[in-house]
Design a protein around this ligand. Structure first.
Ligand code: ASP
Length: 585
């Protein structure tokens, strides 16, 4: 037998028991004539004791053990003289009578400790060793708990978990497809699903009523922080539902996850905010509501006083940072540099200090009187001691920069507490988005999202103004999921394809099967998908989804443990009727 107990099990009540344990050697410490070993497994650490005086041969054997050796020991549980209150097994230790080395280990390339000396790439290369560390192991267990909670909740609500294929034809989530060459159909390719979108809609046509799947999705996107080419979605679809019902169902799921996994209870409904409000008040469709600091527009109070930058601007807006009027020149300069970074793109930053004595000091004092500045302060409801920061220019760019500035100030002021969770739904997204480059509309969500009934009349005239029955779920400024009520009418779906610039032939070639399905009594339906990786990362307090993925890819999309992608053998290419073009450059 390898073990009677695992390494986290034994307590003071077990004293005098004869036990057998197996695990990894975490640490060997020699103290006088004694050798202490921390034996580790998934469940914890137990201290083993070897005594030179009572069993010299055994103690010498123990002294030779190295880090990460796999051993089996037999011994007796005794009460420790110096207890370790930080360890659940800290009241006891095991006096060892027998030691078997099951497997020696080379010295690991980094320390298997909570705070490891290994960099991220090294730990990814030896991910199986990294998984022995508590932070990684605990993240995987947390992920398991979230998945289990999801399954429990959805099962209780009559959702059926059904699988969908991975070898399919392109799906319309707007990224590039990963493709798989077909041996049996030379020159033809499968695409890996960017999501199971069309299948879940077909399940609804199939009468399954409520579907879900915890499923891998594949998107070949250019490197963007915190993306993985393969990631996991909690993918869901429901029939005969309105948007409100979908939101209610998945708000329930979110609450259930927080309650069962974190013991956190939310009171009342999650707020629902329109896209328009989110953009105007936060400059983002995924506002971080852990703190206020709303954006306010100032055009009416700030224009017409001779300050050309403002007078010429389409938009002037700002935020008010509480109790920051004491910011030094240097701190302000840092903020100016921050907003001028190319990825943020503001031309500059105007500040107004609302001094404790009630006076104002601004970077535009030449143009604005104390009374003018007071009017600005009123817009924000500012108090003495606050600092107002303004950005102007083209509206969308300015809002985008204000969003970044708001998040930066939130960070500086410690308002983005990782242990606080604030969720909301953002609704009424635009249906379409104009793309200047290709001079055509793109679906903001995907082509199956239905327009709002009341905006339908605008489809032919002002399509850009049409709002969609689409919604996103946001926690702490992170888009955790999103979905929509779908089009289930052939005519409308064809119209949508037309707006998106598909010729009838292209639409037929790509989505003919779906259009065909809609001819046979398609029920109204809608759904959503949630990013499991993001959700777990958030609950885990991780900034990167890599922390909560068992075997993640690095920033360049490579698996550095297996070293993939990798070339394939010539024979394999031949079998697939493929040849690799040699790039002359
Ligand atoms: N398929 C969508 C996505 O992956 C989610 C949905 O519309 O249900 O974002």
């Amino acid at each position: 037998m390898y073990r009677t107990h695992h390494c986290g099990a034994l307590r003071i009540d077990d004293v005098n028991k004869k036990v057998t344990l197996s695990g990894w050697v975490q640490r060997v410490r020699k103290l006088g004539g004694m050798t202490f070993i921390d034996l580790r497994d998934r469940y914890g650490i137990t201290q083993l004791v070897f005594d030179m005086e009572t069993n010299a041969a055994l103690a010498e054997q123990a002294n030779k053990l190295g880090r990460e050796f796999v051993v089996r020991v037999e011994g007796t549980v005794v009460e420790r003289t110096s207890k370790n209150p930080d360890l659940p097994t800290g009241d006891i230790e095991i006096i060892i009578e027998k030691l078997d080395i099951i497997k020696a280990s080379e010295v690991p390339p980094f320390t298997i400790e909570d705070e490891s000396d290994g960099g991220e790439e090294l730990r990814m290369k030896y991910r199986y060793l990294d998984i022995r560390r508590n932070p990684v192991k605990d993240a995987l267990i947390l992920r398991h708990k979230v998945a289990k909670a999801v399954r429990n909740y959805l099962d209780d609500n009559d959702f059926v978990e059904a699988e969908t294929p991975y070898l399919i034809k392109s799906t319309p989530e707007g990224a590039r497809d990963f493709v798989v060459p077909s041996r049996l159909s030379p020159g033809e390719f499968y695409a890996l699903p960017q999501s199971p979108q069309v299948f879940k809609q077909l399940f609804m046509v199939g009468g399954l009523d409520r579907y879900y799947q915890i499923v891998k999705c594949f998107r070949d996107e250019d490197f963007r922080a915190d993306r993985q080419p393969e990631f996991t979605q909690i993918d869901c679809e429901m029939s005969f539902v309105t948007q409100d019902e979908v939101i209610k169902m998945f708000s329930g799921m979110a609450k259930y996850i927080f309650k069962t996994v974190k013991g956190i209870e939310f009171e009342g409904d999650f707020p629902v905010m329109t896209y328009e409000e989110a953009m105007n008040s936060y400059g983002s469709d995924k506002p971080d509501l852990r703190f206020g600091m709303k954006i306010h527009q100032l055009n009416s109070v700030a224009q017409g006083k001779g300050f050309k930058v403002f007078d010429d601007a389409e938009y002037i807006g700002g935020i008010c940072a509480e109790a920051c009027a004491n910011y030094s020149r240097k701190q302000l300069d840092k903020l100016i540099d921050f907003v001028k970074k190319p990825q943020i793109g503001a031309k500059g930053l105007v500040y107004v200090k609302y001094n404790e004595d009630g006076s104002f000091k601004s970077s535009v004092d030449k143009f604005y009187s104390q009374d003018d500045l007071k009017k600005w302060a009123e817009v924000f409801g500012a108090k003495p001691g606050d600092l107002i920061l303004l950005i102007s220019g083209e509206k969308n760019n300015s809002l985008n920069a204000l969003n970044e500035l708001r998040l930066e100030m939130g960070e500086r002021l410690g308002l983005r507490d990782k242990n606080k969770f604030v969720a909301l739904w953002v609704v009424d997204f635009p249906l379409l988005e104009w793309d200047e480059e290709s001079k055509r509309f793109h679906a903001m969500h995907h082509p199956f999202t239905s327009p709002k009934e009341e905006d339908m009349h605008l489809l032919d005239t002002e399509a850009e103004k049409v709002r969609a029955n689409a919604y996103d779920f946001v926690i702490n400024g992170v888009e955790i999921g999103g979905g929509s009520i779908r089009i289930f009418d052939n005519k409308l779906q064809h119209k949508m394809f037309d707006l998106l610039g598909f010729t009838p032939e292209e639409a037929e070639a790509q989505f003919g099967f779906l259009m065909e399905a809609f001819k046979y009594g398609a029920p109204p339906h809608g759904g959503a998908a949630f990013g499991l990786d993001r959700w777990v990362a958030l609950l885990n307090g991780s900034d990167s989804i890599r922390d909560v993925i068992a075997f993640p890819k690095n920033n360049a999309g490579r698996d550095i443990m297996m070293d993939a992608p990798a070339p394939v053998a010539k024979e394999q290419l031949e079998e697939l009727s493929l040849s690799i073009r040699q790039n002359k450059e």
